[in-house]
Design a protein around this ligand. Structure first.
Ligand code: SOE
Length: 393
């Protein structure tokens, strides 16, 4: 597949339509209304296992067609982009088939359930790349304007050399022991629990913002509730139970202490048991000249401290990232008019479309997804061994 020609229409096939599928569909349907795009996405087909449910999703999300066989869909000549929003266990099979069929691929995070699967995906992406096929992992938080702005400030040296990265991702949707055993709590479907689902986001963010990688770490994972009611129906993060129970086979929480390649010390905490914290992603970076802090629950803001030599008046200041010259904001509203969580997905598909049109590799690609997978794997090994582990290069 060569780089797309200007104005070309690119047909999107989205596999999966639950919570993440809805977020991606919202992005595909919105992006062309706010950004000037070099190529136009068209929501061609949505794929799911149940004919009835996928048809409902099609009508609601705005796809042209609904289908139940992803293999047939990814092989179709009229599909240009395959967007994978399924549980991690099917990412590698779908992504590799799509790449081999010459389709550009956007894949939800974490890239896969194991390092071996992620490696096979990265290899397939590298092979397809030679023919102009692009692949991207959906670490959407990179595209929150405040975090993209933070990256620019860090690159400009505003906070100096990074000494500490302190990142947490805290949720509480499974605190109730009666909350059912949804797929995110089953290792054969999800790979890991809080570690891969939300820990992967803060590991990616820390590496992205600093431009460094996690080199060495120790970690601990823990499951507080080991048996739960079987799930009857689930939608996103809510579910109803049925009779009987089953084992929880993933972690509920993961803690990590790490050393990064730039010499910074990092801590990561991912938990689904942080009572009262709904979607609490916070990251703080302390540098030799200043600090930056971000809180997803106030996602239009950044806190910045720069030492200016006047201790009586210096302090953290709040920057509202809603100015037209800040990343992605030119497409939205006048200054001060805030945006939300869903916009990060709009920015993600915008960047993918631009990369496809320009014949460039979008970031993060599958190689970066593989590297994050190696960090996740190292955390689990460190926890199992109760020691320190070096992340493979
Ligand atoms: C559930 O924990 C979840 O939806 C994650 O899967 C997403 O990646 C995160 O952005 C929000 O929480």
């Amino acid at each position: 597949m060569a780089a797309a020609s200007p104005g070309e229409r690119l047909n999107v096939a989205m596999i999966g339509y639950s919570f993440m599928g809805r977020a991606h569909a919202q992005a595909w349907s919105t992006v062309g209304r706010h950004f000037d795009l070099p190529v136009q996405p068209h929501m061609k087909v949505v794929v799911g296992r149940s004919a009835e449910k996928v048809e409902e999703a099609r009508a609601k999300l705005g796809f042209e067609e609904a289908a139940t066989d992803w293999r047939e869909v990814v092989a179709r000549d009229d599909i240009d982009i395959v967007d994978i929003c399924t549980p991690g266990s099917s990412h590698h099979e779908i992504a590799i088939a799509a790449l081999e069929a010459g389709k550009h691929v956007l894949c939800e995070k974490p890239l896969a359930n194991t390092v071996e699967e992620a490696q096979a995906m990265a290899d397939a992406a590298e092979k397809a790349r030679v023919n102009g096929v692009r692949s991207m992992v959906a670490f959407n938080y990179r595209r929150v304007p405040a975090l993209a702005h933070a990256k620019q400030l860090i690159e400009q040296g505003v906070i100096g050399d990074i000494r500490h990265v302190r990142a947490v991702y805290l949720q509480d949707w499974i605190v109730d022991p009666e909350f059912p055993l949804v797929w995110r709590l089953q290792a054969d479907l999800a790979g890991s629990g809080a570690l891969g689902d939300i820990g992967a986001h803060i590991i990616d963010l820390a590496q992205h913002l600093t431009g460094a990688t996690v080199e060495e770490l120790t970690g601990h994972t823990h499951t507080f509730v080991t048996e739960r009611p079987l799930a009857e129906g689930s939608d996103g993060l809510s579910a109803t139970g049925s009779g009987g129970t089953g084992p929880v086979t993933v972690d509920d929480a993961a803690l990590v202490i790490a050393r990064m390649s730039d010499g910074a010390l990092a801590t990561f905490e991912a938990s689904r048991f942080a009572t009262g914290r709904k979607n609490g992603l916070r990251i703080e970076l302390n540098g030799s000249k200043g600090s930056i802090a971000f809180d997803l629950e106030r996602l239009n803001e950044l806190e910045l401290f720069t030492a200016d030599g006047t201790p009586a008046t210096e302090g953290f200041r709040r920057i509202l990232v809603t100015e037209g010259d800040q990343p992605y904001m030119e497409a939205w509203w006048p200054p001060g008019h805030i945006i939300g969580w869903e916009h990060s997905f709009v920015h993600e598909v915008r960047d993918l479309l631009v990369a496809i049109a320009e014949g460039k590799d979008p970031q993060p690609g599958f190689a970066e997804g593989l590297q994050v997978q190696q960090v996740l794997d190292a955390v689990q090994s460190a926890s199992d061994q109760r020691g320190w582990v070096t992340v493979p290069e």
